[in-house]
Design a protein around this ligand. Structure first.
Ligand code: ZN
Ligand code: ZN
Length: 472
């Protein structure tokens, strides 16, 4: 029988949370019970206290800890079902372990507390670890934690979406509605990126000034000065304004670049012009301190043709003048993100691992959450998110509108950690965000009273408290 305390969610209904998040009701599954162990993330090589909630743990119980790839904390290779056998003639093999054999395996000393147990351990290397509690030869509970080298341990994961549309362009919902909905699906930062208009984001930043919410809003605009769709993220100005009001400057940039495109690229006139204009936009975004992002590289513009030709896309990628690549665009044609991912992998194979983001490109609040970026950053501010993108410390996530089986892209090290967090940290994070979104809605719709403002601050504070619990 599994332990009674497991899967309890401290009295909350798992069904309610499950509606929103990837959680399992199978008590032996990771994420079944994220309340049951704190902290969850540790630093490699440090003496660490692990608190496991395990009320009613039998006196006969023993605890074992192994890394995901099968080593105990002393570095012994471990596989619970089989033991290695070397016979006399040196032919190696395996034999199935009996439950009593398994009991002979090393187990960890622990102390009992009123809520469960506490263990002192040192995690020898980076990765995911599972603590299994056993009694009578059977597993009666499991919890998962993660150990990190100090560089990644010092960062925190922030979930965000920096490509969406509001009523400032062709979106159905206001920028405020998009912000409230983004928070309710667990976003820590957002950027409305309206077509040709940076005002959608600037207006929202103003609305959030002085509001004690944890949600951060950054400036963005989907630029269309060329035929390419380019996210002008986090810069100080608008590409639309520059390319219209300072047309001569834009044209000068374009003509200079046009002259530098080698004939060997064999681009059509249209593609050559688009390449030059796009690179002019990338340059300008850089001058204005922003990050230029190649949006939805495989979007089908009219249901027939892709938004750019293969030759133009290849030229854009090999010349490498944009800063980041939107590998996941959650709301467009079903295979577009697959094609984007395959092209990214090909570029990476030839040594060009482009920085990535995942976005929703939502045109209404119901689409939010279908594509997001996890940014590992020192803090959830514009500089933190920018440096996470540029240092390739992001994971792009395609959720297909459901958080149950996300598809993730990123560097292996980041992705392994992200997948742990998705199951063990974000269900708790997202539940708090949902509460904060409700408080924030009341604040904006209920007259912005001091009382409502304090409620928002209180809800935001819960997120800071959770962070302290998870990272110890
Ligand atoms: Zn677009
Ligand atoms: Zn868009």
């Amino acid at each position: 029988m599994p332990l009674a305390a497991f899967g309890g969610y401290n009295g909350r209904k798992p069904e309610k949370i499950q509606k929103y998040r990837a959680v399992s009701r199978d008590l032996f599954y990771e994420s079944a019970s994220p309340d049951d162990v704190f902290p969850k993330v540790f630093e490699v090589g440090k003496i660490s206290e692990v608190h496991i909630r395990a009320r009613g743990l039998p006196d006969t119980a023993w605890i074992f800890c192994a890394s995901e790839d099968g080593f105990d904390l002393d570095g012994n290779n471990y596989f619970p079902e089989y033991a290695t056998v070397f016979s006399d003639d040196s032919v190696s093999g395996y034999k199935k372990q009996s439950p009593s054999d398994r009991l002979k395996m090393p187990h960890l000393p622990y102390e009992r507390t009123s809520e469960g147990i506490v263990l002192k351990v040192v995690f020898p290397r980076e990765g995911r670890y599972v603590f299994s509690m056993r009694s009578g030869g059977k597993v009666i509970g499991r919890v998962w934690v993660y150990a990190l080298e100090s560089d990644l341990f010092s960062l925190r994961p922030y979930r965000g979406d920096i490509h969406m549309h509001t009523t400032f362009s062709d979106g159905r919902d206001t920028n405020l509605e998009m912000a409230l909905s983004a928070l309710s699906v667990g976003c820590d930062f957002i950027s409305p990126s309206d077509h040709r208009r940076r005002e959608g984001s600037i207006d929202l930043i103003r609305k959030f000034e002085g509001v004690p919410s944890s949600l951060k809003v950054f400036p963005a605009e989907e630029a269309h000065a060329s035929l390419l769709h380019i996210n002008n993220f986090g810069s100080t100005g608008s590409i639309e304004e520059w390319s219209r009001r300072e047309r001569a400057d834009f044209d000068a940039h374009t003509n200079r670049i046009l002259g530098s495109i080698p004939p060997s690229l064999k681009l059509s006139d249209l593609d050559a012009l688009t390449l030059a204009q796009s690179e002019a936009v990338f340059e300008k975004i850089g001058e204005m301190g922003g990050i230029s992002i190649f949006n939805h590289p495989y979007w089908r513009r009219n249901g027939e043709q892709l938004c750019v030709s293969d030759g133009l896309r290849d030229a854009l990628i090999s010349r490498g003048k944009f800063d980041a690549y939107e590998i996941v665009n959650g709301s467009i044609n079903y295979d577009s993100s697959d094609l984007s991912a395959a092209r990214h992998a090909e570029a990476a194979q030839s040594g060009n691992y482009m920085p990535i983001v995942g976005c929703s490109d939502a045109h209404n609040s119901g689409e939010l959450g279908c594509g997001v970026t996890l940014a590992f950053a020192a803090s959830c501010d514009l500089n933190g998110v920018k440096s996470a993108i540029m240092s390739r410390s992001t994971v792009a996530v395609d959720t297909f509108g459901s958080f149950e089986r996300p598809k993730m892209y990123g560097k292996m090290r980041m992705l392994k950690y992200a997948s742990f967090l998705w199951k063990n940290f974000f269900p708790l994070h997202d539940e708090i965000c949902l509460g904060q979104a409700a408080a924030l809605r009341e604040y904006f719709e209920g007259g912005k009273t001091r009382e409502l403002r304090e409620r928002v601050a209180e809800e935001a504070g819960k997120l800071a408290d959770l962070e302290k619990k998870v990272w110890g």
